[in-house]
Write a protein that binds this ligand. Structure first.
Ligand code: GCU
Length: 623
């Protein structure tokens, strides 16, 4: 050890230096040589986790900011075996200083991003530690999972100092088995969450939304019997009318065991046997079934049973498919009158995470006359999807493959696949979701196309009952816009973004713009629009005024009606949202101002223009 205590009593920072010496001495002496990263079982996906009884761990958690991650990594950057996750308390006579004490640390709310909870954290990107005490009484033949609604971006979890899981990806839920770590009485859970952006992340370095960090969605404890239903899929057959099909997977099951599904309201029930793969195939005749649709968002209580385990679900049954350039909902052509939405909380800003946030955002979409929303650019909270099921709002759900990922990096593909598995595994029974979007505005390169084709075929194998799409970039020749991105071949529905009148040309240019779409498939204009500061008025040629934004919309409607296979639209965007790319002082102030409503709920002129077009159905045709 090269630092002997000669420096002790000279300068105050020497004290700190001495502290480091002792810490390193202590670390060296106490800890076994810095162990390799403690491994923990991979978190699992639970379908309908929000339908299970749970012990909420939401509320105030102790928090410690750790920009250098010294709570987990030693000064030689090896993962520590006695890091801050041990929640160690200083004891008199300790031969080393304890430099973190969660019981004295300031609090952060969970669920919640940390950026909008403390001014000093608004721009913070890095690791933050969370700690929470809880009591628990274990039960026989019971497994316990720590359910995380979402943690942005990379997160580690320990219970009573024992590592229970590690996860990457900021927008999907995951479940860590804590059965072996939890005990009777007092327990504590420690989490480290790091929202540092990196090139090989999904999404990667650049996004046009704020990189809100933290435990951004609910955290709870879920108990299940030793044998339990982890995933299930129940949907209306596309080919056999009023037949509900699907499967139930039972973790820890014995082949030959029986599962049961019942829909009391329909007097429909069935049992099935579990196969070698833990799955039981389900088929139920449901003669009197009322199909789910925006007009009649009928949800049925569905009871699933397997051994000691049971889940009561709420599911709507509908079919979605394409026929040529049409999108058919329950066999009938439909036009998707939509809007794009970010999970930004109205009024208070930050990551949306309350029922109220959900009701406000979807309430505004319904007020606009929407039957469809594009939830951008990442999977949104289950609460949003439950509300869409209840309200009869069709959903485009998107995997955060956004802009230029490292498409030639197999590790990045594995991360995107993992997030897709979690998105589909968690949300597959929502009648509202009709489209799985694989990506947004990705560069047209062979590596990109292969990457997303791989994702698309994975999504099809995971869920053959829904449509696959993506938001493509367009190219232009003169006043003709062309959609010939080779990725279109892998999609059921072509989505594309265009900003005529904002990023290019003038609102009026839309009047003379022709479209060449090299696919005989349904098309959704997944983004168009322009920025406006709510309350700023002027000539319709004056950027940032409400008049300019409205003028863009006015000219878009005419153009869109000239696209023969247009079957939907989701203008950008319902509400202004925080973005680090938008510094224009006095106008944007770090908000993307393309909302039809400001973050403070002020409706702009274009809101009423689109509302009128949707109510009078003057834009778009189902067939
Ligand atoms: C892009 C992108 C959005 C972005 C929008 C904009 O098309 O998909 O995420 O916010 O344009 O520039 O406002």
């Amino acid at each position: 050890m090269k630092y002997l205590p000669v420096c002790l009593f000279t300068r105050p920072d020497a004290l700190i230096a001495c502290g480091m010496i002792f810490a390193s001495l202590a670390a060296a002496s106490l800890a076994v040589p810095a162990a390799k990263a403690a491994t923990a079982p991979a978190p699992i996906v639970l379908t309908g986790a929000d339908r299970r009884p749970a012990t909420s761990l939401n509320g105030e958690w102790a928090s410690v900011i750790d920009p250098y991650f010294s709570g987990l990594f030693s000064f030689h950057h090896e993962e520590k075996s006695n890091g801050w996750f041990t929640n160690q308390k200083a004891k008199p006579g300790d031969p080393f200083p304890t430099e973190v004490d969660f019981s004295k640390a300031p609090k952060l709310k969970v669920p919640g991003d940390w950026n909008t909870q403390r001014e000093s954290l608004l721009y913070y990107e890095g690791p933050i530690w969370y700690e929470r005490d809880f009591t628990y009484q274990p039960k026989e033949h019971t497994r316990v999972f720590l359910h995380i609604g979402a943690a942005n971006y990379h997160s580690w979890f320990w219970v009573n100092g024992k590592k229970v899981c590690e996860h990457e990806g900021g927008y999907t839920s995951f479940n860590c088995d804590v059965t072996a770590a939890i005990h009777a009485g007092d327990n504590f859970v420690v989490a480290a969450v790091d929202n540092t952006r990196a090139e090989d992340n999904v999404p990667t370095l650049q996004t046009d939304w704020w990189n809100y960090g933290g435990l951004t969605r609910s955290v709870s404890l879920i108990e299940v019997p030793d044998e339990f239903i982890d995933q299930y899929d129940l949907h209306l057959s596309r080919t056999k009318a009023s037949v509900i099909e699907g499967w139930i997977h039972v973790e820890g099951s014995k082949p030959g065991a029986t599962v049961a599904v019942e829909i009391p309201e329909l007097g429909a029930k069935t049992t099935a046997q579990i196969g070698e793969d833990g799955r039981a195939a389900i088929r139920i005749e449901a003669k009197q079934l009322e199909r789910w649709s925006p007009e009649t968002p009928k949800l049925y209580k569905v009871e699933l049973r397997a051994g000691e385990d049971s889940i009561d679900e709420l599911i709507g049954f509908r079919t979605i498919e394409t026929r040529g350039t049409e999108i058919l909902l329950n066999g009938k052509p439909i036009f998707l009158r939509g809007i794009s939405i970010h999970a930004e909380a109205p009024y208070r800003t930050g990551r949306a995470n309350t029922e109220k946030d959900v009701d406000t955002l979807l309430g505004w979409a319904q007020e606009l006359g929407c039957n469809f929303v594009r939830l951008a650019h990442y999977p949104h909270d289950e609460a949003m999807l439950r509300a869409a099921d209840r309200m009869g709002i069709l959903v485009w759900s998107e995997n955060p493959v956004y802009w230029a990922l490292q498409f030639d990096n197999p590790k990045v593909l594995a991360k995107a696949e993992r997030q897709l598995d979690e998105e589909i595994g968690t949300s597959r029974n929502h009648a509202a979701i009709i489209l799985w979007s694989m990506a947004n505005e990705t560069p047209n390169t062979p590596a990109r196309t292969t990457f997303i084709e791989t994702l698309a075929s994975r999504a099809r194998s995971l869920d053959p009952t829904r449509l696959i799409t993506a938001a493509l970039l367009i190219r232009g020749e003169g006043t003709t816009k062309i959609i010939d991105d080779p990725l279109g071949k892998a999609l059921d529905v072509i989505g594309f973004n265009e900003y005529i009148g904002w990023y290019e040309q003038h609102p009026e240019t839309a009047d003379v713009t022709a479209w060449r779409i090299d696919y005989d498939k349904p098309v959704i204009v997944s983004e168009f629009g322009g920025g406006a500061k709510a309350g700023l008025h002027g000539a319709e040629t004056e950027r940032w005024t409400e008049e300019y934004q409205a003028n863009i919309y006015r000219h878009q409607f005419g153009m869109l009606n000239r696209i023969p296979q247009l079957r939907g639209m989701s203008p950008w965007v319902l509400m202004d949202f925080r973005s680090p790319n938008r510094p224009l002082a006095g106008i944007q102030d770090e908000f993307n101002r393309k909302g039809l409503i400001s973050d403070q709920g002020e409706k702009k002129q274009a809101f009423y223009l689109l509302q009128k077009a949707y109510k009078e159905k003057t834009v778009g045709k189902p067939e």
